[in-house]
Design a binder for this molecule. Structure first.
Ligand code: X8Z
Ligand code: ZN
Length: 619
């Protein structure tokens, strides 16, 4: 997640002094952020108000992200409490500032003031009621939820009777590498045992958060989230379904082929035709990306070696060297190097002496180019991809940090998630050969299909997962899914969209959504669905800017300065304009469109359809 997108920014911070002065100003009939004259407000008042909000929020959010950084890199009761306090202050400020901004409703405002006030209302993933006790409860629950996830461990006795505990990293390694059905099952069930304690906290979080959303004019939190896309919430929901319909046929073909291959491996009794795939067999704790099972589904074994993880280990890549490799791609486009402070302040590896949130994230702690990443890097291809993803966030930060703080965000949140990923689409075998991580991969049909399969396992497999997490939350926030049905609704969606099923019976004693970081951390997830699609649109536009002629999957923009300029122009816009304008600046289009994704996978699609002939596809 990125700095202003997780709890740390979903709950935004404010300093006590500022808050008190804000509240006392409000008590005197003045808003937290303006010295509004009594009487009818004017457009000029609104402009001043917007400027004050920007100034206040910069201070408050800096305090908040400082507390959040400390907490995420050192989880203790103290750092959790400290972050919760700061978050409470931000929530109080936002509640009041948003309410106060309503006095400018209906006035003809200059475009920047209008956009600032709009973003003020929609850019938080959480809102608190004005009741101080409830606000405090909300902030405390949010901190506890993320803490429970970060500290989550599965402990059991080994053969000698000694208790052995494993964290998500270790359990994920099992999911990625083991091919033993029962071992996989044990790791899957083990990790899902960390989340039941979250259930009552989450239930309250939803109730109180919704109350906060209603106070600032949204029917529930889900509608607040859906209002952040420069269109109505209903229109946005329809957009997500339109995009899903564009990509679903490709996903279905991949699902059908992978299921048949898994049935070969684990037996048709374990992986039956015409049924959802057991969720623990796809190489990832949430079955969200399937690239770890590439060896099981490799179309043409014995072709050129595509194992980047093995090369990283063989060449003794350490975390810094991996991050430098990522930075090198961005600087090859003419973008600036990361500041020295990035290298001093980032957390690259998992500290041995304390609990941290290992889930990768990127930060600008002071909103002044104070860039960092927080990861627990291992020498794997998966982490190399994540490094590029996180650096994409950092490059967004570095090109927009001079804007007013409310514009220091992606054109929409999907854009922020798509930048680094778009770059990884240029990590072709040719590029990897250039940097010594692969030897020659001859251009032939078999290698091409192998490569496309590897890409699809990561990019295409993710699409339904990217969509369903917020389908679940939107329904939870709207009250369509009651707490008594949390888990049932979760698995209904996982089956509907992903075609996966829980490997063992689940009940309402479980809270499986809580075993995925973004739920306890309250990070909206539709952004990743959008990003998976947008990144192909960006890739195509960058390839065209580079003058590339040929199939999209062969293009790498490595080293192209024209591309860097195009990218920089979009990044520098931040959130100052509706995202449609940023998209137009980058691609010439105003609609998110999955056509480039489909185009990229043209060769694989034809191959899959050939393979699936005679199979019972679907579930
Ligand atoms: O959470 C992330 C990034 C941080 S924004 C590591 N991602 C999603 C996930 O891990 O579930 C990137 C891909 C999807
Ligand atoms: Zn991200």
């Amino acid at each position: 997640m990125i700095r202003n997108l997780s709890v740390l920014s979903t709950l935004r911070a404010a300093c006590v002094a500022v808050l008190l002065s804000a509240l006392s100003a409000a008590a005197q009939g003045q808003g937290p952020a303006s010295a509004a004259p009594q009487g009818k407000p004017t457009a000029e008042d609104a402009k001043k108000f917007a400027q004050r909000v920007n100034a206040d929020l910069k201070r408050l959010w800096t305090k908040q992200s400082t507390a959040e950084w400390i907490k995420a890199t050192y989880i203790t009761d103290d750092t959790e409490r400290n972050a919760a306090w700061v978050n409470e202050e931000v929530l109080a400020y936002l509640n009041q500032a948003i309410k106060e901004s309503r006095r400018f409703d209906g006035l003809k405002l200059d475009p920047d003031t209008a956009r600032t006030l709009h973003l003020l209302r929609v850019n938080s993933a959480i809102a608190a009621p004005s009741d101080a006790q409830k606000r405090s409860e909300l902030a405390a629950n949010a901190a506890k939820l993320e803490g429970l996830y970060g500290k989550g461990k599965y402990c059991k006795k080994d053969k000698a009777g000694k208790e052995v505990c494993r964290d998500l990293g270790e359990l994920s390694d099992v999911l990625a590498t083991s091919r033993k059905y029962d071992e996989l099952l044990d790791a899957w069930v083990g990790w899902h045992s960390i989340s039941p304690p979250m259930r009552p906290l989450y239930e309250r979080f939803v109730a109180v958060g919704n109350e906060g959303a209603r106070e600032i004019g949204f029917s529930n939190l889900g509608n607040l989230w859906k209002s952040a896309y420069d269109m109505s919430p209903e229109a946005f929901e329809q957009e997500t379904q339109r995009l899903w319909q564009q990509v679903k046929p490709l996903y279905d073909d991949l699902h059908c082929y992978v299921r048949a291959r898994l049935a070969r491996k684990y037996g048709a009794d374990k992986v039956p035709a015409g049924k959802p795939i057991p969720a623990h067999l796809l190489g990832n704790m949430w079955a969200q990306e399937w690239n770890n099972i590439f060896p099981l589904v490799e179309p043409y074994p014995g072709q050129a070696n595509l194992d980047v993880s093995a090369a990283l280990k063989r060449q003794r890549y350490d975390p810094i060297k991996m991050v430098k490799l990522g930075e090198n791609f961005f600087t090859s486009l003419g973008l600036k190097p990361l500041p020295a402070s990035f290298w001093e302040r980032s957390q690259f590896t998992k500290p041995k002496d304390r609990e941290v949130v290992c889930h990768a994230s990127a930060w600008d702690v002071t909103y002044e180019n104070d860039l960092r990443i927080k990861m627990c890097i291992k020498p794997t291809e998966e982490d190399l991809v994540t490094i590029h993803h996180e650096l994409g966030h950092n490059y967004y930060f570095t090109y927009y940090y001079t804007l007013p703080v409310i514009y220091q965000a992606g054109a929409n949140d999907g854009f922020h998630e798509a930048i680094g990923d778009a770059i990884t689409l240029s990590i072709t075998p040719g590029y990897l050969k250039q940097v010594g991580l692969l030897s020659n991969v001859p251009k032939n049909e078999k290698n091409l299909i192998n490569l496309q399969m590897k890409d699809a396992l990561e990019k295409v497999a993710f699409l339904p997962f990217g969509l369903l997490i917020d389908q679940w939350r939107w329904d939870v926030f709207a009250g369509k899914t009651a707490p008594a049905d949390y888990n049932k609704a979760w698995w209904a969606l996982r089956e509907k969209y992903q075609g996966v099923a829980a490997p063992v019976a689940r009940s309402e004693q479980d809270f499986d959504p809580g075993a995925k970081y973004h739920v306890p951390a309250n990070v909206p997830y539709t952004r990743y669905f959008l990003a998976r699609i947008l990144q192909f649109q960006f890739h195509k536009a960058m390839c065209e800017a580079a003058g590339f002629k040929g199939p999209l999957h062969e293009c790498s923009v490595y080293g192209n300065k024209e591309v860097g300029k195009r990218l920089e122009a979009m990044l520098a816009m931040g959130a100052s304009k509706p995202w449609q304008e940023a998209l137009a600046a980058m691609t010439g289009q105003r609609q998110i469109d999955a056509t480039p994704l489909i185009e990229y996978f043209t060769p694989l699609r034809a191959w899959l359809q050939e393979q699936n002939k005679g199979q019972t596809c679907g579930w």
